[in-house]
Ligand binder design. Structure first.
Ligand code: ZN
Length: 261
């Protein structure tokens, strides 16, 4: 069995295709799913979805690219999803496409940092683990986590694509790393080195669907059913028996999210 530790299912819920998507995943032995909300509208969808499907758990967080003027209103709603939601996420920083003007860049970054920090405080207050989205912002994300005195054992870097050095820093601090279909890409040599440096008891696997479909479906719409491509690729790379690898990632997912479902 595999658990898709990070997926976005709301499009299929809206299109009334969720049963089909889940059934197709189960056929590939992907039997459990952590749905990740990135704004209030998704949190509501997932709360309802999880209440009807035992195989689904969900996270609630305000994604750095979904911060709008109403962010305070959304953050006020966040705790109403506890304790049913199993983590706060995905939250973090995304500096991939900064505004062109220097002064706007600073405002933009500061805004993301404020919202990130607020959610870390909520996670501490309610004793929740966090799922981190980090793009072109590794140093600052770590700085904010350290400044917040956040316990790295409760930190999961999702779709991790960092260097072996960055992985080592996080792993030494106690964090978990989740890998997506990116590891199967031809140009992913650097990430593969990072994977080799990640011990088996800290790895989670995810699709991040509908994005980042693994090879041989790169560029297509990703679904949880494609997770075995990523898992098989990692197991082969690490020279671990596939079943052993699957069992380890299931256990790591349960340990990190503090849930046995
Ligand atoms: Zn995501």
């Amino acid at each position: 069995m595999l658990i898709d530790s990070h997926c976005h299912l709301e499009d299929w819920v809206k299109a009334n295709q969720i049963e089909k998507v889940l059934a197709e995943a189960c056929e590939q032995d992907v039997q459990k799913f952590v749905a990740v909300g990135t704004q209030l509208a998704d949190w509501q969808i997932y709360a309802s979805l999880a209440s009807h499907h035992k195989c689904i758990q969900y996270c609630v967080g305000l994604h750095p690219l979904n911060i709008r003027d109403d962010f305070e209103v959304q953050l006020e709603q966040l705790p109403t999803f506890f304790p049913n939601a199993i983590a706060i996420g995905e939250i973090g920083l995304d500096f991939h496409q900064l505004p062109s003007h220097k002064s706007e860049q600073i405002t933009y970054a500061k805004h993301q940092i404020v919202v990130f920090e607020k959610q870390l405080r909520l996670a501490q207050k309610y004793n929740m683990p966090v799922v981190i989205h980090c793009r072109d912002a590794f140093e600052v994300v770590c700085e904010v986590l350290r400044y917040s005195c956040f316990d790295f054992h409760s930190v999961l870097f999702h779709c991790f694509t960092g260097t072996p050095q960055e992985a080592e820093y996080l792993l030494t601090a106690g964090a978990f790393l989740s890998y997506a279909g990116v590891v199967t890409f031809k140009n992913a040599q650097a990430i593969q080195n990072t994977l080799l440096a990640t011990p088996l008891d800290r790895i989670l696997v995810e699709t991040d669907c509908p994005y980042l479909a693994p090879v041989p479906y790169r560029g297509k719409i990703n679904t949880p059913a494609l997770l075995p491509y990523t898992a098989k690729h990692i197991a082969a790379l690490k020279q671990i028996d596939f079943q052993t690898f699957c069992e380890a990632t299931v256990q790591n997912t349960q340990v990190f999210f503090r849930t046995h479902w």
